[in-house]
Write a protein that binds this ligand. Structure first.
Ligand code: GLA
Length: 636
């Protein structure tokens, strides 16, 4: 008994000792270690309270690079981010394209390649901070600067202003978007250290209330990180909004830009939000190149001043589908499919000399060696692909597209298709019956380019420069057809409200307006391509095959697919679809001659290629292992 009682007392004594020691230890215990690692000490975030940035109280410099998830296949995001990291960058910046996330009013898509949260989480995993640029307008050589085309259904629409029709749509979109973004902010444990308010509003500046409205729209929905604005030369003085850090955009080092920042906001850190590493290309122009040494020297100069920087673009990627934007200063100029941008990585994610020069520069500044860059990825040349099957647009149309009947021409955004959202991109065919020939006059109502046919006979083009055409006389009733292409909406400048496409007003034959149309919406979305695949009219290509028509063939891939480039020599103008996906436009006027085809769009075995050619078909396309983006032009 005693022995037993003694043991019990000893055990009790030991227990008390443990509790006592435990209590002492607990008092000294650092509770913060129990808080998930990513939340520990995250109270201050990125601050811009004096001449340098602080992140969580420690001096911090932003070495950023832009890469847009919507321009790069999801499977390649990590590779590109690791390359960013091994170049010496610590921050990734991305835009958010409203027009892809809300293609139909009220229906949101954040899946697959649009999985913004997966992209941001991956950035955090790779060890990159994020500056998010949610727009709603993003510019970026992207159709309508990222705004959905259904906004233009309202004839009174005033984009990028506090016009009610616009702000209501922004509110509904931000309500949805911000619930995804808010938990990924720095203070919540995520990678987002700053959020940009709109984009270069100073160069648009139509409404003095607008920037404040967007700023409040962010704050009201729980954005707590540092706010920034970003402006180019044209907008420096009017792009500032109280409560957001102003930053500038340029290519050649210009001290006056940085001095300007000191004037609008004293004693704040300086940042070049868009240091343009290259430039984009327009159809009909050259392929722009910005010399690697000039670029690195300018970056070095910026960094010497102590400023932070973001390289726009670090990796440009591709304007897949019909998503390219356009410029219209004195002339309408649509952008090409490639967004290679002569950036730090190529369109296909490969290293350029800019990468290695920058890596050297950042290694010196950081003062320690950077991790080794990932291996290069081999590209494939699959050789010639025959396209032996053919079907003309005229043959397939009646069976796969239900036309809209209208007395008057209707612009594509206002067509009663896509559950009331109108047609956003692609081609629209306007068909009417005529009983004679004469002068056809567009009164500049064609947006952007129309092929004109009498029945199936090509008569000519109408566009911004050509507004008049002779229609030959003929017997009886004939069909007059205008196949109008939306070549891409303007993404920069004061013309945003004028971006309705198709026929935007009357077209006249001998001064009489055309009436009673059948209008076919040809957006060529996956559903359309699926129906096209099933039509019985496919036949062997005739000796003389002209567009508008579809041409079909197979790209054979043995083993694991690799990235390749499709060369469209001999083809005139059109679009390429691979396994039903729209790879983008080609046009013989160049500069771009090859389309980037990522391996992720291919599968081992057969891969269906369909080309929609407007005019002259080339019969084969070549799969090559090198891009050719055209005759180069060095930017001064
Ligand atoms: C501006 C815009 C970007 C992009 C560049 C040019 O700086 O903010 O979105 O359009 O010009 O590439």
């Amino acid at each position: 008994m005693w022995g037993c009682g003694g043991r019990r007392r000893r055990r009790l004594g030991a227990l008390l000792l443990v509790l006592l020691l435990g209590g002492l230890l607990l008092r000294r215990f650092n509770w913060s270690s129990l808080v998930p690692l990513q939340l520990r000490g995250r109270t201050l975030g990125l601050q811009a309270e004096n001449s340098e940035f602080h992140l969580e109280g420690m001096p911090f410099r932003i070495f950023g690079g832009s890469m847009h998830y919507f321009r790069v296949p999801k499977e390649y995001w990590r590779d590109r981010m690791v390359k960013m990291k091994t170049c010496g960058l610590n921050t990734l910046t991305t835009y958010v394209p409203w027009n892809l996330h809300e293609a139909a009013n009220g229906k949101f898509d954040f899946s697959g390649n649009l999985d913004l949260e997966a992209f941001l989480t991956l950035a955090a995993e790779v060890g990159l901070w994020v500056i998010l640029r949610p727009g709603p307008y993003i510019c970026s050589e992207w159709d309508l600067g990222g705004l959905p085309s259904w906004l233009l259904q309202d004839p009174e629409m005033q984009l990028r202003t506090t016009y009610k029709g616009f702000t209501e749509a922004v509110d509904a979109y931000f309500d949805h978007l911000m619930t995804r973004v808010v938990p990924l902010q720095y203070k919540k444990g995520g990678p987002i250290i700053a959020v940009q308010v709109e984009n270069e509003y100073g160069s648009y500046a139509k409404d003095p209330q607008y920037l404040t409205y967007i700023k409040m729209a962010l704050l009201d929905r729980g954005i707590v990180e540092l706010l920034m604005t970003s402006d180019n030369r044209d907008g420096l003085s009017s792009g500032y909004v109280e409560g957001a850090l102003a930053t500038v955009n340029f290519q050649k080092m210009d001290y006056s830009f940085l001095d300007f920042l000191d004037k609008v906001q004293q004693n704040k850190p300086k940042m070049v939000m868009e240091y343009w590493t290259g430039w984009f290309d327009s159809w009909g122009g050259p392929h722009n190149i910005f010399d690697a040494d000039d670029m690195v020297n300018s970056v070095a100069e910026v960094l010497k001043t102590g400023a932070s920087i973001n390289l726009y673009m670090f990796h440009g990627g591709t304007n897949f589908g019909f998503m390219n934007g356009a410029l219209d200063s004195d002339e309408y100029k649509p952008d090409v499919t490639s967004y290679d941008y002569d950036a730090v990585l190529t369109e296909a994610g490969d290293y350029t000399s800019k990468f290695f020069k920058l890596r050297q520069l950042f290694t010196k500044i950081i003062g320690q060696p950077l991790p080794p860059p990932p291996m290069i990825t081999a590209k494939a040349s699959y050789g010639a692909v025959l396209l032996p099957q053919y079907v003309s647009l005229w043959e397939v149309l009646p069976s796969i597209v239900e036309p809209v009947k209208s007395e008057f021409p209707v612009n594509m955004e206002n067509l009663p298709v896509n559950d009331g959202n109108g047609q956003a991109y692609g081609y629209t065919l306007y068909e009417t019956v005529i009983s004679g020939g004469g002068q056809l006059h567009s009164r500049d109502h064609v947006r952007d380019r129309a092929q004109v046919f009498v029945n199936t006979v090509f008569v000519g083009f109408l566009d911004y420069n050509t507004v008049e055409l002779s229609i030959p006389e003929g017997q009886g009733f004939r069909q007059l057809r205008l196949l109008v292409e939306n070549c891409g909406r303007v993404n920069y400048g004061l013309m945003l409200n004028e971006q309705r496409k198709g026929l935007i007003g009357d077209v006249f034959l001998n001064k009489t307006p055309l009436r009673n149309f059948k209008i076919y919406s040809l957006e060529m979305k996956p559903g359309f391509m699926e129906s096209l695949r099933g039509v019985t009219a496919w036949s062997t290509i005739p000796d003389y095959a002209v567009g508008p028509a579809f041409f079909r063939g197979n790209l054979q891939v043995q083993y694991l697919p690799r990235d390749t480039f499709l060369k469209l020599e001999g083809w005139e103008k059109g679009v390429v679809f691979v396994n039903g996906e729209n790879l983008g436009r080609y046009w013989k006027i160049g500069p771009q001659e090859t389309l980037y085809l990522p391996a992720t769009w291919l599968q081992p075995g057969n891969n269906e290629i369909i080309v929609f050619e407007e005019r002259t078909a080339g019969r084969i396309i070549q799969s090559v292992d090198m891009p050719y983006l055209g005759r180069t032009h060095y930017l001064d």
